[in-house]
Design a protein around this ligand. Structure first.
Ligand code: ADP
Length: 199
């Protein structure tokens, strides 16, 4: 590391986003498997794209096929997974994009590590606050059933902990709110913070 020198870019971060007429930020969706992270992040991606914003979505499962395919689900690997994803999100935000990420990210310290990569106000923690019972009933990928049968070890919510965010910027209880209501809440927040236009 000591022989590697940081090169300053000629085009600044602010100039890149000004060219796009938008403000970069990261919406970090966190919650149990089945809490709705992918569903809401994808629907939000569509809603923002239709409004003309340049967005990008990083999804846990997809990242594990490529960037993080060498990582498993031990605590150590989960931490490294989130570290890499955080750095990639930062690069996309530096490029001027509105970034969404959908990762269980069960540990508060990992989420804090990503938050600290971003200027104040640009990291938006979105807590998918659905009860375990709801997520387990949905079981969209059949993973809870496998975890209960002992076929998957270290499954968050079953035999691996989830640390709920204490001060998330946005909290969505997807067992009480519809997908449309969740999107409305996030869009409302982005308008209020002047991260997107108020129209
Ligand atoms: P995660 O990405 O957190 O693992 P998914 O988005 O893959 O969760 O799955 C959530 C499941 O719950 C989907 O089948 C989705 O259709 C369903 N669902 C029902 N109501 C909601 C809601 N209000 N928000 C998000 N998902 C919901």
């Amino acid at each position: 590391m000591s022989n590697i020198v940081w090169h300053d870019h000629k085009i600044t971060r602010a100039e890149r986003s000004a060219n796009k007429n938008q403000k970069p930020c990261l919406l970090w969706f966190t919650g149990l498997s089945g809490s709705g992270k992918s569903t809401i992040a994808n629907a939000l991606d569509v809603a923002l794209h239709e409004r003309g914003y340049h967005t990008f979505l990083l999804d846990g499962d997809n990242v594990r096929h490529g960037l993080c395919q060498d990582l498993g689900f031990s605590n150590e690997d989960r931490i490294e997974n989130i570290r890499r994803v955080g750095e990639v999100c930062k690069l996309f935000a530096d490029a001027g994009l509105i970034v969404m990420s959908a990762f269980i990210s069960p540990f508060a310290s990992d989420r804090r590590m990503v938050r600290e990569l971003f200027p104040a106000g640009e990291f938006i923690e979105v807590f998918m606050d659905a009860p375990l019972e709801t997520c387990e009933l949905r079981d969209p990928k059949g993973l809870y059933q496998k975890a209960r049968a002992g076929e998957i070890k270290h499954f968050t919510g079953i035999d691996s902990p989830y640390e709920s965010p204490e001060h998330p910027e946005i909290c969505l209880n997807t067992s009480q709110k519809t997908v449309d209501e969740c999107i409305e809440a996030v869009i409302g927040f982005l308008k209020e913070r002047e991260l997107i236009d108020a129209q």
